[in-house]
Design a protein around this ligand. Structure first.
Ligand code: PMP
Length: 402
């Protein structure tokens, strides 16, 4: 009998070529202990974390931890099922109302992960008679949501409103509706969507717009509502989706809209209906964190100060960066092997960043992706920069010290 894993032989070969038999694989890294949102013990050594997406650094927020503990005591360890089977807890309602208020939207729904928020929202909004136009650099959860919907899916060039316009013009008569899906801040290169231009195209064609603010929620906008708020187009975005797993420091997802029938997703979207709802501890923690984000805009100022420092420092050293400043700072490397080598050397020197390799990267680039946190101390950023400088010179990625 043929081994059922034989289809992965090319994948295994590529892994061996790139990493050898080393245990230092990006996905095999074991964190033995977290010392803070920005420091961890790995292999008995303290390392600096620059790849967590913990943008606001709130994973150890004392009020969120206390609220989580209280919820564990009062509600137990899990919901043990979906809301259609096991019912809605007061906590679900409170959290959904808090999101609706925070985002100034008529309705918000929470999901068990951000991945499921996209699966449920996209497959709930679009069906086999509809057409989805999706930014080519979209996250896997957006693509999977498109697939689950059964709609006709068309990719348009990343961040290119003209290409979207051309493709919408070519559609002709569509039996159902047309949904356009983009992200706010793109997580690989750290570039942002040109939402006003995209909204104008969407409006002209009478389409619907969903923006996944997974990486931009809490990070952009005067109130932290995301890129649409920062770019002044919230009212033109029909549906917003996001995750608890970045600025909100937990695990889960949300979607919100002013559409009066948005609640229908609760009885139409399979990834909402057929999976256990978020845990009580998660919901209570996120309620506390949402409240803190609303009352403490300084968190965002600190994050942006740190992002500017890391971005400027890496640019000054001569690294090629993926985009203008944002809390995602991507260093573009010439090829996969160099990227793996640089990633391993940085880790050996105590700095953890994300390694991102083709085919999952924009333009098949090899990237070292750093994410900045409001919790990074200025000295931690300087240490990361000094380490990048050392490794960059060692691997001939930047010019030697003058
Ligand atoms: N959307 C985007 C743009 C993401 O980057 C991610 C995860 N990194 C998700 C959705 C899924 O979020 P979660 O990790 O909460 O499932």
């Amino acid at each position: 009998m043929k081994d059922i894993f034989d289809k992965y032989l090319p994948l295994e070969r590529r892994r061996r070529e790139l990493f050898g038999e080393t245990r230092d694989l990006p996905f095999a890294l074991t964190v033995e202990r977290l010392l803070s949102p920005t420091r961890a013990l790995v292999g008995g050594r303290e390392i600096l974390l620059f790849g967590t997406n913990n943008y606001l650094g709130l994973t150890f927020d004392p009020a969120a931890i206390e609220a989580g503990i209280r919820a564990l005591r009062e509600w137990g360890t899990g919901t043990t099922g979906s809301r259609i089977a096991n019912g809605t807890y007061v906590l679900h309602r409170q959290l959904e109302q808090a999101f609706a208020r925070f985002l100034d939207r008529g309705t918000a729904i929470v999901f068990t992960t951000g991945y499921q928020a996209n699966l449920a929202t996209i497959s709930g909004l679009a069906g086999p008679r509809d057409v989805i136009l999706v930014d080519a650099d979209s996250h896997a959860s957006i693509y999977d949501g498109c697939r689950l919907s059964g709609a006709t899916v068309i990719r348009f060039r990343h961040n290119d409103p003209e290409d979207l316009d051309r493709r919408l013009s070519r559609l002709g008569e569509v039996e159902g509706s047309v949904l356009v899906v983009v992200e706010g801040l793109y997580s690989m290169l750290g570039d942002v969507a040109p939402l006003p231009e995209l909204c104008a195209v969407v409006r002209r064609h009478g389409a619907w717009l969903l923006v996944d603010e997974a990486h931009s929620f809490g990070v952009y906008g005067a109130r932290g509502r995301g890129l649409a708020e920062a770019q002044g187009v919230e009212r033109e975005v029909h549906f917003v989706a996001g995750t608890f797993s970045k600025s909100l420091g937990a695990v889960g997802g949300f979607a919100a809209s002013d559409h009066p029938r948005f609640e229908l997703l609760r009885i139409a979207a399979r990834p909402y209906m057929f999976t256990a709802s978020p845990s009580p501890a998660t919901m209570a923690s996120v309620l506390a964190i949402l409240e803190r984000i609303g009352r403490e805009p300084e968190l965002r100022s600190r994050l942006w100060d740190n992002a500017r420092r890391l971005h400027a420092g890496l640019a000054e050293l001569g690294f090629t960066l993926g985009a203008p400043v944002s809390p995602v700072v991507a260093v573009v490397l010439p090829d996969e092997r160099t990227a793996v080598r640089a990633w391993q050397r940085l880790l050996a020197e105590g700095v953890y960043v994300n390694l991102a390799l083709p085919p999952g990267t924009p333009g098949r680039r090899s990237l070292l992706r750093a994410s900045v946190s409001a919790a990074h101390e200025p000295e931690e950023i300087e240490t990361a920069l000094a380490t990048f400088a050392r490794i960059g010179r060692e691997l001939d990625l930047v010019a030697p010290r003058p």
